[in-house]
Design a protein around this ligand. Structure first.
Ligand code: SF4
Length: 357
């Protein structure tokens, strides 16, 4: 039986029309599922009883439940979900400390950013990422992606869940169709009603996906994991660079910005002894200098025991940031959240699987 969340609003309207029901009930069904969190057709009380029975005979409404949950002292909450086929994916609710009055802790922040996975495992094998360690298993379906969002949203107070990032396990542009279909539902006023500008797709630099995204009529944010400004080092850290090297990636970014007039954020994890030296800052400034609307987000590395990765000291981080600012780049510095709960992507899944063996 198909999960009804696989259907766009238009597809559901068409289905209702094919049954002889008015298509406006599709908006009602979206409202029950995505806004009220109801997953039994029998409880959708404003639908005709006959329609509820027909829906129940043709569709199911799935939902996710965490196999494990961890809450950080900074308010970050990470969930490990077991899917119907027993595969595991992670999603995180991150309290936003931004714009909080002095003295307020992130745990009391007014908004939450959800971070979700798009695949089970990942084929891109970035050296700093726990998700790549066990390889790729499969894409998440549209319904599974939406189930993550539903769970995260329903786990916080009403109205708190305002932003969403595809930064969990997997490469979203490698599951392009399902991710885009899910985003259109997340964006829909009849479903989650999260503005496109509050949804971020984070990619390791899959050029064909970036080109496709530039053609969409969606104003989502694009973030690219860069982490090195030279091909040799980037290929070591991120094997995807062998297929899509920096010159081609930057050219693609230029075209994306020209077409969309939207900013691209370049994520740069600062790793001690690897990419945090003064020369690396110079290379990065040079690489991005001609990119209009580029922002660099510096992230001191979160230690991954399996990969022997450590953050640089604060003086080095400070130098790196100041160098880029002086070079005229737009720079932010983000601390990894939930360091006490294995919040870097893939870490909770690895730990859970080890505990089950
Ligand atoms: S960082 Fe992203 S693209 Fe790289 S291995 Fe991890 S999940 Fe895959």
């Amino acid at each position: 039986m198909q999960d009804i969340k696989e259907l766009s609003l238009k597809a559901l309207e068409d289905k209702l029309l094919s049954w002889g029901s008015p298509k406006y009930h599709a908006r009602g069904i979206f409202n029950w599922i995505y806004q009220k969190g109801v997953n039994e057709f029998s409880r959708m009380s404003n639908l005709p009883v006959a329609l509820r029975e027909t829906l129940a005979g043709e569709f199911k409404v799935t939902s996710l439940h965490p196999a494990d949950t961890q809450k950080s002292s900074d308010g970050t909450t990470k969930f490990l979900f077991e899917l119907a086929d027993k595969n595991l994916v992670e999603a995180v609710n991150i309290p936003m400390a931004k714009r909080l009055p002095a003295g307020k802790t992130p745990a009391r922040a007014s908004t939450i950013t959800g971070c979700i996975s798009s695949q089970v495992g990942c084929k891109f094998a970035c050296s700093f990422c726990a998700s790549g360690l066990k390889g790729f298993k499969r894409n998440l379906s549209v319904g599974e992606i939406l189930d993550e969002v539903l769970y995260l949203k329903n786990n916080v107070s009403s109205g708190q869940f305002t932003h969403l990032v595809f930064m969990g396990t997997g490469e979203p542009l490698d599951n392009y169709d399902n991710v885009l279909k899910a985003i259109r539902i997340i964006n829909s006023p009849d479903a989650f009603n999260i503005g496109a500008r509050r949804i971020t797709i984070s990619t390791c630099g899959v050029i064909p996906g970036i080109k496709k995204l530039a053609q969409e009529d969606l104003q989502v944010e694009l973030s690219i994991s860069l982490h090195a400004a030279g091909d040799k080092l980037r290929s070591q850290l991120m094997p995807v660079n062998k297929k899509y090297p920096l010159a081609a990636l930057i050219k693609c970014c230029q075209e994306y910005i020209a077409r969309t007039n939207r900013q691209i954020t370049f994520e740069y994890i600062l790793i001690k002894g690897v990419n945090a030296e003064a020369a690396a800052a110079q290379d990065l400034a040079r690489l991005l200098k001609d990119l209009r609307l580029a922002k660099v987000n510096l992230i001191p590395a979160n230690s991954v025991a399996e990969s022997k990765i450590f953050p640089p000291d604060s003086a080095q981080i400070d130098f790196f940031k100041r160098y880029l600012l002086k070079a005229g780049l737009n720079v932010t510095l983000r601390r990894e959240r939930g360091q006490d709960i294995n919040a870097a992507c893939g870490q909770l899944r690895l730990k859970y699987e080890k505990s089950q063996n």
